[in-house]
Design a protein around this ligand. Structure first.
Ligand code: NAD
Ligand code: DAU
Length: 331
């Protein structure tokens, strides 16, 4: 089977390439990635001889048409993915997440190929902090930020192409991922690399917001379960019951790295900050028989700390630039 992976030089897509090479050698892999600030070919260096790489934009009709026509399955990760950036400048999000997804959908329709669209739990908006409810596949869409609204729009495009043109597509909406190769603008790697750089970790506002953490390999094993056993036209939520507030995460990282757990700063809050995400993954678990492997968050965080400690050449050159951009907003 020939598989086209968009965004395969980013965090989750890159880990997906590694995971697929290791666990599913039946796939012949092609990666399409624009190598924006968030993508790096170095992420794929350990598996460099196991795939074909095209540097290009998912909004490029001609290139997308050609690559889709040459493959059997498209797994679509490419996106602008950071909420804070979408508050600075929404336009790249509108372009890549909406126009880019529409470009892929048209090629998939024309060449009658299988598509799996990677999306986020943020399309559902947020939950109250003390509400026992979790997101399910029937929760109404209610996105909050320019990032999450463009992801919600991309999901609706996929649903419309399924309904109107009967394309063979599935969607998954996953909670917050952590693990190796995540860009250091994101919460967990930002704090680990802060501590490694003698910068105090930065907590937005009170830090009471809750995220439902999942290891990136568990996300990717779920995507493979959907590719193998998922039903055309269906949407699956992916989550591993990893709800923690941001304060807990920052204190745990400090503790695991041998520091005083209170040695962090409160900084300006994110405008429109979503309070809580939580996933009910019953459909994925019962219908597709999927279970997560990384159920001990402290162990997963320790392994992630070890990775960033041992791979400083992967992130060091970016650190000053990322922190300067945050400093402009008092974050
Ligand atoms: P990322 O920002 O680390 O990587 C995105 C990749 O897409 C990069 O390699 C970038 O170069 C590429 N890209 C961006 N614009 C492109 C374009 N126009 N054409 C081609 N390539 C382009 O993102 P990530 O965290 O790995 O997220 C991947 C996907 O998973 C996204 O669709 C995101 O919405 C979704 N998701 C992320 C999380 C999370 O916790 N990070 C959770 C759920 C879903
Ligand atoms: O829920 C899935 C989503 O998770 C994905 O769709 C997004 O692509 C991904 O970026 C992530 O979105 P979040 O906005 O939840 O992740 P982020 O890492 O930016 O922030 C996690 C939480 O930590 C959030 O409540 C904001 C807070 N935070 C973030 C940073 C960068 C801080 O307190 N300090 C920080 O320095």
């Amino acid at each position: 089977m020939k598989m086209l992976i968009t965004g395969g030089a980013g965090f989750i897509g890159g880990n997906f390439v590694h995971y697929t090479v290791k666990n599913h050698p039946e796939y012949e892999i092609t990666v399409l990635d624009a190598l924006t600030y968030a993508g790096g070919i170095e992420t794929l260096e350990p598996v460099a001889d196991k795939f074909t790489f095209f540097q290009g934009d998912i909004c490029d009709h001609e290139l997308v048409d050609k690559l889709v026509s040459e493959n059997d399955i498209v797994v679509h990760f490419a996106a602008e993915s950071h909420n804070d950036n979408s508050l600075r400048d929404p336009w790249p999000f509108i372009q890549t997440n909406l126009i880019g997804t529409a470009t892929i959908l048209e090629a998939v329709r024309k060449h009658d190929k299988r598509l799996h669209h990677i999306s986020t739990d943020e399309v559902y908006g947020d939950l109250e902090l003390n509400d026992p409810a979790k997101f399910t596949e029937t929760t109404p869409y209610n996105a909050s930020s320019p990032y999450s609204s463009t992801k919600a729009g991309s999901d609706l495009l996929v649903k419309a192409w399924v309904r109107s043109f009967n394309i063979n597509a599935t969607i998954s909406n996953c909670s917050n991922n952590y693990g190796p190769y995540q860009h250091i603008e994101k919460f967990i790697p930002r704090q680990i690399t802060n501590i490694l750089s003698d910068i105090k970790p930065k907590l937005y506002g009170t830090g009471e917001q809750v995220r439902d953490w999942i290891h990136v390999d568990d996300h990717n094993s779920a995507v493979h379960a959907i590719l193998e056993k998922g039903k055309a036209g269906e949407l699956y939520l992916i989550g591993a019951d990893g709800e923690k507030d941001n304060k807990y995460i920052i204190e745990t990282l400090l503790e695991l790295m041998g520091k005083d757990k209170n040695d962090y700063e409160h900084v300006n809050d994110r405008p429109g900050h979503d309070q809580r995400y939580a996933i009910d993954a019953t459909k994925l678990r019962t219908q597709l028989g999927w279970t997560p492997k990384y159920t001990n968050l402290r162990e997963g965080l320790q392994a992630t700390i070890d990775w960033y400690t041992e791979n400083q050449e992967w992130w060091k050159a970016e650190k000053a630039k990322v922190e300067a951009a945050y400093a402009e907003k008092g974050q």
